[in-house]
Write a protein that binds this ligand. Structure first.
Ligand code: GDP
Length: 376
């Protein structure tokens, strides 16, 4: 594939060198692998140089499960530099045969539902069972807030100290498509490094759920009892994406309400199409604080994997997800290319005005813009 790159003005030479704990910070910047996006250097910034790894060193380090190299490889993927992009793709190309051997679980729910508490409890449970657990996050909104989920190192403190776990905050900044590409590639790095459970956390708002659904095998929706569906921002569409609903905080006085909510959700689920062919989505309860129900939800995930692997749905879904990923990148590239096209830019305002004023039918307007894009 030939790619046009704009050389970035500034590239961190020591990206990833700040590795100190198992919680890694991401790389700033909005490049998502598509042309036409650069960032400006802060003036007079001194970046100490550090010897860059070669492609072979990245590949060997990741395959041997070296956490430091793994973190640097992810930083390479998240980098905004054209040279890093090509190198990262070569590293991935060599690692691809060693990827895929995991269960990828997406976890969503509104802020405050207990996602990070739950992920820590589940992660520790899995580490005790001998699994290697990678925790990633997809949060395109972190561009604005700078406070990406998982970014706060005090969250998941116990899990972040466990050497069988690897925690990586959301790549900051960029379009959802760009953040998603980096997260998908990070999943591959973690798998090549031997992580067999990948937990992907998403903020429970906006488009990010659909995107995370498209990169995981099992999608878990955390809920609260009695918060009201509107309060939880839960739309029927999101329930339809889930392979399980888990009512969290089923402890103390809240236990009875949690059980009632589970029964309500089970009734509602009866009328919805299942997210995964051949699997019935059900509601469960747990307490991320006491640990009740954590082992049980893992059993559900294991049963899911067994059942849909046997039916062939697991492999089919992964194949489809990979192809969808390819075409979503093509779409994003074409969209960027269209809106950056100077010929389109020259006539856009006039065409839009004519449509708004009712002089030009939308279909004709689209034809004119595409004609301009293809011929000028
Ligand atoms: P997130 O925003 O979805 O990641 O939610 P957090 O994991 O940060 O949890 C939000 C609050 O709910 C924190 O104060 C947690 O201690 C609390 N919390 C999380 N899980 C439980 C639970 O199972 N039971 C109770 N009682 N509190 C919980």
């Amino acid at each position: 594939m030939t790619r046009k790159h704009h050389k970035p003005d500034w590239v961190p030479e020591n990206a990833g060198a700040e590795f100190t704990t198992s919680v890694m910070s991401g790389v700033d910047g909005g490049h998502d692998g598509l042309p036409g996006q650069t960032r400006k250097a802060p003036p007079h910034t001194h970046i100490p140089r550090r010897r860059r790894l070669t492609v072979d060193e990245y590949v060997a380090g990741v395959l041997s499960g070296d956490r430091n190299v793994m973190a640097q490889a992810i930083t390479l993927i998240e980098s905004n530099a054209a040279a890093h992009f090509d190198m990262a793709q070569e590293v991935l190309r060599q690692l691809i045969p060693s990827t895929g051997n995991s269960i990828r679980v997406g976890i969503t729910g509104v802020p405050g539902v207990g996602k990070s508490t739950f992920i820590e409890a589940l992660g520790l449970h899995l580490c005790e069972q001998g699994h290697k657990v990678a925790v990633l996050a997809v949060d395109p909104s972190s561009t604005v807030t700078r406070g990406s989920i998982l970014g706060d190192k005090t969250r998941m403190e116990l899990l972040s100290r466990d050497l069988r776990a690897f925690i990586r905050p959301s790549p900051s900044a960029g379009t959802l498509g760009g953040v998603a590409r980096k997260s998908r590639e990070t999943i591959l790095i973690c798998e090549a490094a031997g992580f067999d459970v990948i937990l992907v956390e998403t903020v429970g708002v906006g488009q990010s759920e659909t995107t995370v659904r498209s990169m995981v095998d099992f999608f878990l929706l955390l809920m609260l009892a009695g918060a009201g569906d509107e309060l939880q921002g839960i739309k029927k569409g999101i329930m339809e994406l889930a392979d399980a609903l888990l009512v969290n905080k089923a402890d103390g006085d809240n236990k009875v309400r949690a059980n009632a909510a589970r029964a309500d959700y089970n009734r509602a689920l009866h009328y919805l199409a299942p997210a995964t062919e051949g699997w019935r989505t059900k509601a469960y309860t747990c307490s991320a604080v006491s640990g009740d129900g954590i082992g049980a939800i893992w059993q559900v995930i294991k049963e899911f994997r067994q059942q849909i692997t046997a039916s062939g749905v697991f492999a089919k879904r992964r194949q489809r997800q990979t192809l969808d990923w390819v075409y979503s990148m093509v779409e994003e590239h074409l969209r960027t290319s269209f809106f950056n096209h100077s010929g389109v830019g020259n006539i856009r305002a006039a065409v839009e005005q004519a449509v708004i004023e009712g002089h030009l039918p939308p279909t004709v307007a689209a034809q004119q813009l595409i004609h301009q894009y293809e011929n000028y």
